[in-house]
Every structure is written in structure tokens, then in C-alpha cells.
Design a protein around this ligand. Structure first.
Ligand code: NAP
Length: 309
């Protein structure tokens, strides 16, 4: 079995050595842009070049080194019938739950106010804000959204969840489809986006959507930058339809130095770190699936290319 590693890491051995340890029966190759075809059976990729699919025509499946496959689906000559497999959790959902909780506590526990007071050597206690004042809405109830929703529900927050299809998550009120989006938004003050980027979800975080949230709303975007209409966010903040936004993902990454978001005190910026790819957990999952696929066993995490996730 031949496995080709295609990701722009300047030290590919960080990946190929553990892949070989986990999959000793395979021959492991690193993508060489100028090399010949190796007739790989499987490729492990992150944002691969279009040339990969021109040259490697015998691929049985491609394994994406991330949960979001929007980058891979943009590769122009990706064969429509190729089996594409995305990462399923692999240690990301717990990181995302921590990150989202942290962002919520910043506002719900008035941490900025107390940091300001510390600078002034001021001991002053403010009225505590009850959890009930912070109903949370999670967009997307997949591997990531579900973990975020159930973590927050376990801390007694009021949690709503919205997805394309119906879901049951303990302690979470769930909504499905565009027909229930308005009701979901009306029940939500802290909106957390964990959707995948597809033609249906692009630009979903817009002025009209922000206008349907409860007063004093907060946006936490950990999905993709293209979900957010940036001018609409600035307008909603200026008009106090939103009180704050916490953004981990951006249309252009790194966020350009001249971007207006940097200057805003009502926007928290993190550089796409809310859930990092954990190499060990990722490679254990992918090599396990390669072995199962090669021996004819069913595997999970296959992307529906037409649906976009
Ligand atoms: P997933 O398991 O595929 O879940 C996607 C969820 O979104 C599903 O619940 C799905 O609904 C819902 N959804 C998709 N299209 C929808 C639509 N048009 N309307 C309503 N709901 C829709 O994906 P995941 O593993 O949770 O990952 C989600 C995304 O998180 C990734 O695609 C990636 O963009 C992002 N992410 C970001 C980071 C970061 O560091 N910032 C890290 C990892 C992932 P159904 O359940 O009904 O199908």
C-alpha cells in the first residue's frame, strides 16, 4: 500500500515518521511537486495543489488533515467521485468547548471590567450577571457544535442548537432548518458559529441575522471567516445590535495589519487557534481508517461533496 503525504509542512518527517510507525505495512511518500507519479493508494492532505489529482489517478481515498474541507473542495480538478474523508473531532471539540466557554466568561463574568479595576487598584464588586441572562445559541450540531453545546448545558447555561437536520442533545433545545432559524435566533443572546463553510452557509453571519438576536448580543465565530459579512459586523456593533464579537477565523488569514478589526475594542481577535490539529490523535484516526478502508471495512467521516461537508 502506498500513502502519499501532501501538506506544506517544511518538516514532513514530523508526520511521516509517526505515519510509518502506525501503518508499518505501508510505503510512505512525501509529495514532490516536480517528481513522477507514484500511483498512491491513499493521500493525506492539507490544501493540496491541483497537480496532485492530475498526477495521482489511482487514489482510493483522500484524508483531509482538518474538519473543514472547504479548502480541499476549492481544488479545481478534485474528482467528483473521489472518496474524501474529513477529520472527526480528533481532540478538537474539547478545545473548542474550552475556547467558547472562555469567550463567554469574558463577558458574562465581566472580566474586562475587573482587569481595568485592577489597573486602578480598585476593589469594587458589581452585580453578578445570572446565567439566565446569557442564553446561548450554537449554529451547527456536528462533532464540534454538539460538544460545545453539551459542555455549556452541563454548566447550567440555557443552550439552543441549530442544524440542518433534527438532533437530540441532552439539556439543549434544538432547532432544524431555515424554517426554524428565526425562532432559534430570537431565543439567543450569545451566538456561536461552528458551521462548515458551504454555498448555503457563506455570508450567513450578516446584519439581518444579527438583528434577530436578543439585545446585548455577542457573536463568537469559530467556523470560517467567509461565514461573516465583515461590514455588517461593524455596522451591528456600531448600532449596538451586538455588544461584542470574538473572532478566531477571518476571510484573509493572517488578518492584514491595516484591517479595521484590529482597532476595535469590542472585537476579540485570536489567530485561528480555537481548536488546533493534534498530530497524534489525528494520525491515529487517519491511519486507522486507511487500514479499515484497505481491508474493506466501512469508515466514517466521508464527505458528501455535493452537500459541501
Ligand atoms: P460536522 O460534524 O460536519 O458538523 C457540521 C454541522 O453543521 C452539522 O450539524 C450540520 O447539520 C450543520 N450544517 C451544515 N450546513 C448547514 C446549514 N446549511 N444549515 C444548518 N446547519 C448546517 O463538522 P464539525 O466537525 O463540527 O466542524 C464544523 C466546522 O468547524 C468545520 O467545517 C470548520 O469550518 C470549523 N472548524 C474550525 C476550527 C478552528 O480552529 N477555528 C477547527 C475545527 C473546525 P446536520 O447535522 O443536520 O448535517
Amino acid at each position: 500500500m502506498k500513502v502519499l503525504f501532501v501538506a506544506g509542512d517544511p518538516k514532513p518527517e514530523r508526520w511521516t515518521v509517526p505515519i510509518k510507525q502506525l501503518l508499518p505495512e505501508a510505503d510512505i511518500y512525501v509529495w514532490d511537486p516536480d517528481g513522477p507519479a507514484i500511483n498512491a493508494d491513499y493521500a493525506i492532505v492539507w490544501q493540496p495543489p491541483a497537480k496532485l489529482f492530475e498526477r495521482e489517478t489511482r487514489l482510493k481515498a483522500v484524508f483531509n488533515l482538518g474538519a473543514g474541507i472547504d479548502g480541499l473542495l476549492k481544488v479545481p480538478n478534485l474528482p467528483a467521485d473521489l472518496t474524501v474523508v474529513r477529520l472527526e473531532d480528533a481532540g478538537m471539540s474539547v478545545q473548542m468547548a474550552e475556547h467558547v466557554l472562555h469567550q463567554i466568561l469574558e463577558v458574562s463574568r465581566q472580566m474586562e471590567l475587573y482587569r481595568d479595576q485592577q489597573r486602578q487598584r480598585l476593589w469594587k464588586i458589581h452585580r453578578p450577571i445570572s446565567r439566565k441572562e446569557w442564553p446561548i445559541g450554537i449554529m451547527g450540531l456536528g462533532h464540534i457544535g454538539k460538544r460545545v453545546a453539551s459542555t455549556l448545558a452541563s454548566l447550567d447555561y440555557t443552550v439552543n442548537g441549530w442544524a440542518r437536520s433534527e438532533h437530540t442533545v441532552e439539556g439543549v433545545r434544538t432547532f432544524a432548518g431555515n424554517g426554524q432559524l428565526g425562532e432559534f435566533l430570537g431565543a439567543t443572546r450569545v451566538l456561536v458559529n461552528t458551521l462548515p463553510l458551504t454555498s448555503e452557509t457563506e455570508n450567513i453571519l450578516n446584519y439581518d441575522l444579527f438583528s434577530q438576536l436578543q439585545p446585548g448580543a455577542v457573536l463568537i465565530n469559530v467556523g470560517r471567516g467567509e461565514h461573516l459579512v465583515e461590514e455588517d459586523l461593524l455596522r451591528a456593533l456600531d448600532e449596538e445590535k451586538l455588544q461584542r464579537a470574538s473572532l478566531d477565523v477571518f476571510r484573509k488569514e493572517p488578518l492584514p495589519a491595516g484591517h479595521p478589526f484590529w482597532e476595535r475594542t469590542d472585537i476579540t481577535i485570536t489567530p485561528h487557534i480555537s481548536a488546533r490539529t493534534l498530530r497524534d490523535a489525528t494520525l491515529e484516526q487517519i491511519t486507522g481508517k486507511i487500514r479499515d478502508h484497505a481491508s474493506g471495512h466501512p469508515i466514517t467521516g466521508i464527505v458528501d461533496i455535493a452537500r459541501g461537508y
